[in-house]
Write a protein that binds this ligand. Structure first.
Ligand code: SF4
Length: 674
């Protein structure tokens, strides 16, 4: 049988692995026919993974069937068609704006969107509806790293590349279960360890699978990271190794919860290895002090001069496949577009580029605030794209109340029945991975093409097309006359000239004139080069350790949440892959054995976890790797996919004051046997 070979990018994490897909049968073929077999292997030519894939990427083909797909527009629960559904979206949008103003509209989008989709969403909201109210589920993932970059570098720039991991002598993994959550990066780190003896340190309250394999596990207290990095900075200063400090930590007495011998071992490793990369991830970012954690890490690198050279630097690893692309176009409520802010001059430049008189006047509402505004009736039209906030937001019971109250909920989705689509008045069928066509940016700023492997089933459409059709119905035809992802790319890449004019590193101007054919053939490339901050101003930022929470007698434990190796987000895709389900069949509440005795829990029995926000039942798994007083649950399970055990019912709405990122990982809780 003949076959086509298509190079694309993985659907899942921010490593951004290249994939080679072999699609059975000759092209072209029509959307109506049965799905064709697809074989997935790693792309040996892709610089992110050199042919490696993890279990999720390897089994992507198992998720490409039509089971569960949303194939037609739905209006109020009944099958509709595109003309009727788009007219209804446009009508409700116009009426909302006319009656309540543009800030009564909100877009909640996703790191699953391609850059071209993100660009159109941001342009429509900030440029034409005229509100800043577009935010993304990336707010839950790495908004604190964005804020830390902005404070230290004046721009959201990751100053490191994957090749620096290959060349490092010491890698600190902070709040990152890399072996499970960024597995190909872990494989790369292991390869470096084999090749050059790289030392690996894990800084994490839990002894995770990654920590088990590290040379040193520093079991920091929950939210003790700033205290730890401040203490490290002081120690390096005392050893004469932090000559560029300038700012010294203010409160070293604050307890990082680290044993003295662990701290001494860590300090000796840091002192001895100038080639040091510090990878930080959700365990750092998902905190009410997440931005300070990022800056505490960056401060150490700046003070020791360990940045902008081979094998060194602070490295924020992103969770989602295109969180970085969303950040670049401006898909966060607190960024205008292309790394630009909301100064009068920047607003004027962007308005001129988009040729609009409706430009927004300032930042919009960040994710938690956006759902609060929906709950309070200030937002009356909410459009959710490619994400499942009824499961993934903290205090998700509150989010469900908000969705139930909202006069208009539009959901663009590939999957028909999710916990969020159940609240939709208008449901729009979108492309899934394997049908999408555009670009994504990975954690090292590398932009890669994602290419369609199969025709879209039913009436599913690209997200950019759906938004463009609505915009045209609202009278903005010229600005949204895009007929391909390549046309959107050219406009976006050209717009980065506005960033360059303000001294930003984000520069795609040389890609602004790509022909359709050149765009189709685009090879992965890294914007900003290997060291985009070299020669640019950088600054240390004073950071404040979090004061450990006084424990409430009603909630004597601290609840941590995180991922399993073989599941992704709310399981709307990985839940369809039988092979992946074999790794962990259910969500386990991980409890230290001594705490299990204290609270009357039995290994394999059921327990209820209770917080101020809600309660959920899990099976108990005893885990020596838990700190006493801390418990852990995975965040994937949903009502639709697995019948409950919804972890994100439990965290509250507290968030980092700078970034707005929720503090998922340190929620006061209690456990009781069921
Ligand atoms: Fe996909 Fe991430 Fe696995 Fe690579 S490491 S194959 S990007 S899930």
């Amino acid at each position: 049988m003949s076959e086509r070979v298509i190079r694309t990018t993985c659907a899942y994490c921010g490593v951004g692995c290249g994939i080679t897909a072999q699609v059975a049968g000759p092209a072209p073929f029509a959307g109506g026919e049965a799905r064709r077999p697809v074989t997935i292997t790693g792309d040996k030519a892709h610089p992110a993974n050199h042919g490696r894939l993890c279990s999720k990427g390897t089994h992507l083909a198992e998720t490409m069937g039509l089971e569960g797909r949303l194939l037609h527009p739905m209006l109020h629960g009944k099958r509709s068609n595109w003309g009727e559904a788009l007219d209804e979206v446009a009508l409700r949008l116009r009426e909302t704006i006319e009656q309540h103003g543009p800030d009564a509209v909100g877009f909640y989008v996703s790191g699953q969107l391609l850059t071209e989709d993100y660009y159109v969403a941001n342009k429509l909201m900030k440029g034409f509806i005229g509100s800043g109210n577009i935010d993304t589920n990336s707010r839950l993932c790495m908004a604190s790293a964005v804020a830390a970059h902005n404070r230290a570098f004046g721009e959201d720039v990751v100053p490191v590349s994957y090749t620096d991991l290959d060349e490092a002598d010491l890698i600190l993994l902070v709040g990152s279960n890399t072996a499970w959550c960024h597995p190909v990066i872990w494989q790369r780190i292991e390869a470096a360890r084999s090749a050059r003896g790289t030392k690996i340190v894990v800084i994490d309250p839990r002894r995770t699978e990654t920590a088990e394999q590290a040379d040193l596990h520093v079991a920091v207290a929950p939210d003790g990271d700033v205290a730890l990095f401040n203490a490290l900075l002081a120690e390096m200063d005392a050893r004469g190794l932090a000559g560029a400090a300038g700012v010294l930590p203010q409160d070293l007495a604050c307890d990082a919860g680290v044993l003295p011998e662990q701290f001494a071992a860590l300090a000796d490793l840091v002192a001895a290895h100038p080639r040091m990369v510090t990878v930080f991830s959700m365990g750092a970012n998902q905190s009410v002090g997440g931005t300070d954690k990022g800056n505490a890490i960056i401060n150490l690198h700046l003070a020791m001069g360990r940045i902008n050279d081979v094998g060194m630097g602070p490295f924020s690893m992103t969770g989602q496949p295109n969180a970085m692309g969303g950040r670049e176009v401006g898909g966060l409520a607190n960024m205008l577009a292309c790394h630009l802010g909301f100064s009068p001059a920047e607003l004027r430049d962007v308005a001129a580029y988009w040729n609009t008189a409706n430009i927004c006047t300032g930042p919009g509402l960040k994710a938690v605030e956006m759902f609060r505004a929906v709950h309070e009736g200030r937002i009356k039209f909410l459009w959710v794209m490619a994400t499942n906030p009824a499961v993934s937001m903290p205090d998700s019971g509150f989010v469900r109340e908000a969705l139930a109250r909202c006069p208009t909920v539009v959901v663009s989705e590939a999957i028909a029945d999710t916990d969020t689509t159940r609240f939709a008045h208008i449901l729009l069928p979108a492309h899934a991975w394997g049908e999408k066509d555009g670009t994504v940016t990975n954690s090292e700023r590398r932009i890669s093409r994602q290419r369609a492997l199969l025709p879209a089933p039913g009436e599913a459409k690209a997200d950019w097309w759906i938004m463009g059709q609505v915009a045209q119905r609202l009278g903005w035809s010229d600005a949204f006359a895009f007929n391909s992802p390549a046309a959107i790319w050219r406009e976006y890449a050209g717009m980065t000239a506005l960033a360059v004019a303000r001294g930003k590193a984000l520069d795609l101007t040389t890609y602004a004139q790509l022909s359709d054919e050149e765009y189709e053939a685009l090879e992965p490339f890294q914007w900003g080069g290997a060291y985009p901050m070299a020669g640019r101003a950088m600054q240390l930022v004073p950071v404040q350790p979090l004061t450990p929470k006084a424990m409430d007698a009603a909630f004597p434990l601290r609840l941590n949440t995180g991922r399993y190796r073989d599941q992704w987000h709310t399981m709307t895709r990985t839940g369809y892959a039988p092979t992946l389900a074999q790794h962990r069949r259910e969500a386990l509440l991980e409890v230290h054995p001594d705490d299990a005795v204290l609270y009357g829990l039995a290994d394999g029995g059921l327990a209820r976890v209770v917080t101020a926000s809600g309660a959920a039942v899990f099976r108990v798994g005893l885990a020596e790797g838990q700190r006493r007083g801390d418990v852990f649950v995975p965040m994937h399970w949903t009502d639709v996919m697995a019948g409950g055990a919804r972890a994100n019912l439990l965290p509250d709405q507290r968030r980092d004051p700078v970034s707005g990122q929720p503090g998922f990982k340190n929620t006061p809780a209690r456990v009781e046997p069921v």
